[in-house]
Design a protein. Sequence first.
Length: 133
Amino acid sequence: IKDKRLYQRLKKALGKSDLDGYELEAEVQLFIEGDRYMVADILLFKRDETTQKISDVILIENKLSSSTRFTSNQAEMFRRVQKAERLEVKVRSRNRGAITQDEIIPLSRTQLVEIRGDGKTTGISNITINRIK
């Protein structure tokens, strides 16, 4: 995350003192069930030092305005994660950067975040950052 203001606001929204150890991957396809999937705008993730498996994930969805709804697949994934509290899902994308197809991503309801614009401006001064409920 290049913008320091966004970085600081994201840390505050998540209640974290540091995000420096996270890697970033954009537009990651995650299976919901069967062949249905959602596309996560941004995944911030850490790997376990011993196993190299992804052990910590922050999923971020970006929306233009407060009235922009989640897609039906996004809404379903978020409902499933909220109900389970922690849900392991498989990556559908093929070999994108540091995350590979069929890799398992652990999603936690406390680590689902939405960043919403005001629908009028492009700067970050008018965005809101909240946990997805």
